[in-house]
Design a protein around this ligand. Structure first.
Ligand SMILES: [Zn+2]
Ligand SMILES: [Zn+2]
Length: 284
């Protein structure tokens, strides 16, 4: 039998000068290939495949769990972007016997601890009902502002009762220099006095002013029966703080401006400040 080629032989070896070159890159899930065929002699000059490499999975926490709420984690491919899975992360167990997930301040305590603002009084106690003193409050504010940068406690220049080398000296000096605290007199700060609710509101108000955030918001406080007991310097700050949900009544008709602020209340006020002021203004 004589084989008749179905192509034209032009004499001698084909030089493969007229080829079809097809190249398809591999994707995460499908092989790639590279085929070169001569259009004249139909010879397959190259036939290479590249294996699909599979997804390159990375896992990212979208929402961190707290003592109260669960978090969320997603797995996705960093090469093709394919979403692989979403998992829930169990709520974190509070390490404090006096902070349970159902307590009104549990979320706030988690916020304070997780952001390094203030911590338990021991590994197992937070003491939510213990009052906070003025030195501690300003130290917490310094941490909110500076993150992990530590204050310089070696220089005292503003208040005679804030000497050098106390744990709060640098924070109080920073706050005084920037008009955030005014002291309890021209020369005193009363660092170890318990801080009152109206003092916390005033300090957060002046801190917002220092940062250039809105301080014009205000709300009518006359619905609170004790609104007339607000110190005159604190009326505008409390009205501002109430408008932003930073300080709320202890009951629908009681603001308790002169009441001592507990650690739980301070945690809550800072959390609301972060949620309602910082997130709002730093996003712009
Ligand atoms: Zn050829
Ligand atoms: Zn992929």
């Amino acid at each position: 039998m004589v084989l008749v080629p179905d192509f034209e032989v032009t004499g001698g070896e084909c030089e493969h000068t007229n080829v079809t070159d097809t190249k398809v890159d591999a994707t995460c899930t499908e092989d790639g290939y590279h085929i070169i065929v001569c259009n004249d002699c139909k010879e397959v000059i190259l036939n290479e495949t590249t294996d699909a490499p599979g997804h390159k999975i990375e896992t990212k926490v979208l929402i961190s769990p707290t003592y109260v709420t669960e978090g969320e984690r997603v797995s996705y491919c960093t090469r093709c972007g394919e979403h692989v899975s979403t998992d829930y992360i169990k709520a974190v167990k509070s390490p404090f016997t006096d902070v349970k997930s159902g307590d009104w301040y549990a979320e706030a305590v988690y916020f304070a601890v997780n952001n390094g603002l203030f911590f338990g009084t021991s590994d197992v106690n937070f003491e939510p009902d213990t009052n906070m003193n003025r030195a501690m409050l300003v130290t917490v504010l310094f941490r909110l502002d500076h993150g992990s940068v530590k204050p310089d406690n070696t220089i005292s220049k503003t208040f005679k009762d804030v000497p050098a080398n106390q744990w709060y000296t640098g924070s109080v000096e920073w706050a005084a220099e920037n008009g955030i605290v005014a002291g309890t007199s021209a020369s005193t700060f009363s660092p170890l006095d318990n801080i009152t609710r109206e003092q916390v509101a005033s300090i957060l108000y002046r801190y917002a002013r220092y940062k250039g955030y809105d301080i014009d918001a205000s709300i009518d406080l006359s619905g609170y029966k004790d609104s007339s007991s607000i110190s005159s310097y604190a009326v505008k700050p409390i009205s501002w703080a109430n408008a932003y949900g930073i300080i709320n009544g202890v009951s629908p008709v009681k603001l308790n401006p002169l009441g001592k602020a507990s650690r739980a209340e301070v945690a809550q006020m800072f959390r609301k400040y972060k949620d309602n002021i910082l997130n709002d203004f730093t996003a712009k």
